[in-house]
Design a protein around this ligand. Structure first.
Ligand SMILES: *[C@@H]1O[C@H](CO)[C@@H](O)[C@H](O)[C@H]1NC(C)=O
Ligand SMILES: *[C@@H]1O[C@H](CO)[C@@H](O)[C@H](O)[C@H]1NC(C)=O
Length: 297
């Protein structure tokens, strides 16, 4: 029943979302009596393991080539990635199998180790971009009511540096205005989380500074081993960002030197890097603690 409620939340937040493609929210619900903690992932296309395949009206699907080209099966899975995504890597580090996507479960199948509610295009931004953080706070309180006590919340990344935004600039630079609003949003998010923790609810959280981690990556990309930080690997046209990664698009031969897989989403190796930050990263990007420390509380 709880899972059902959360799925509805995910659907509602998915409606009208326009730009929140780099937001992710991971929610851990640890029931006192449960032997293993269940992991519930509520987020967007960065974390989607196939929910959109089941949404008949969704235009944001990824269950076609060339997505999945580096997945163990070599086949598209619904992830917007050449392989696995950050949710896959993080959940593996925690020691749980990748949760199935919620919509692939029949009502008769109880989710044992959690469920993934991420859905491409989901977000907590309304179309106007107003009242953003307080909406999110309401959502977190709802999740608290459902039993969530440990939250893993990722800040918004440097959205202005996605290929779809870089292509608007003649020299492929980041869109500074969008990045400014991303940092503003994150500032509000951090204040909200501190406030939530200060309330006598027993909530704890791990916040990841995805924006800072992305800026660090772009500034030191050679040291990280990435020669291509602007152009998407798979797509069409300018910076391969004039169109999504559809079967007609071409994709790069070397996926490990590209930061971006498609016009919005990172490559598998970048997803793995960021999952590593989430799980065991230092306070440079994880405040006040990382996921490993959060789970040990
Ligand atoms: C491209 O980005 C740079 C750096 O932000 C900015 O100074 C310049 O005005 C932009 N050019 C265009 C055409 O948007
Ligand atoms: C792909 O790029 C990585 C990182 O730059 C490099 O180490 C590797 O040799 C490249 N692979 C091929 C086949 O060119």
């Amino acid at each position: 029943m709880h899972v059902h409620n959360m799925a509805i939340t995910s659907h509602i937040t998915g409606v009208g979302a326009t730009m929140a493609l780099l937001v992710c929210i991971l929610v851990f619900i640890c029931k006192a009596q449960a032997a293993t903690p269940a992991v519930y992932i509520l987020g967007d296309s960065l974390l989607d393991v196939g929910n959109n395949n089941y949404l008949p009206l969704s235009l944001l699907k990824a269950n076609f080539p060339h997505n999945g080209v580096d997945f163990p099966t070599g086949k598209p899975t619904g992830r917007f990635s050449n392989g696995q995504n950050a949710a896959d890597f993080l959940v593996k580090k925690i020691g749980l199998p990748t949760p199935p996507s919620y919509l692939s479960l029949s009502s008769a199948t109880p989710p044992i180790t959690g469920v993934n509610l991420a859905s491409g295009g989901a977000g907590i931004f309304e179309e106007t971009g107003g009242f953003l953080v307080s909406t999110f706070k309401g959502l977190l309180k709802t999740l608290y009511g459902l039993g969530a006590r440990k939250l893993v919340v990722s800040g918004v990344g440097a959205v202005g540096c996605c290929p779809i935004k870089r292509k608007e600039n003649r020299t492929g630079e980041c869109n500074v205005e969008i990045n400014y609003w991303s940092t503003k949003y994150n500032d509000g998010l951090k204040i909200m989380l501190e406030g939530l923790k200060a309330e006598p609810l027993g909530m704890n959280y791990a916040y990841s500074d995805t924006y800072g981690a992305m800026v660090d990556l772009f500034q030191n990309h050679e040291a990280y081993g990435y020669s291509e930080i602007k152009e998407a690997c798979c797509g069409i046209g300018n910076l391969k960002a004039d169109g999504p990664c559809i079967p007609l698009a071409t994709y790069c031969s070397n996926r490990t030197n590209h930061v971006f897989w498609d016009l919005y989403h990172p490559t598998e190796t970048i997803a793995s890097l960021f999952a590593g930050y989430l799980y065991s990263g230092s306070q440079q990007f994880m405040v006040p603690m990382n996921v490993e420390q959060l789970l040990a509380l």
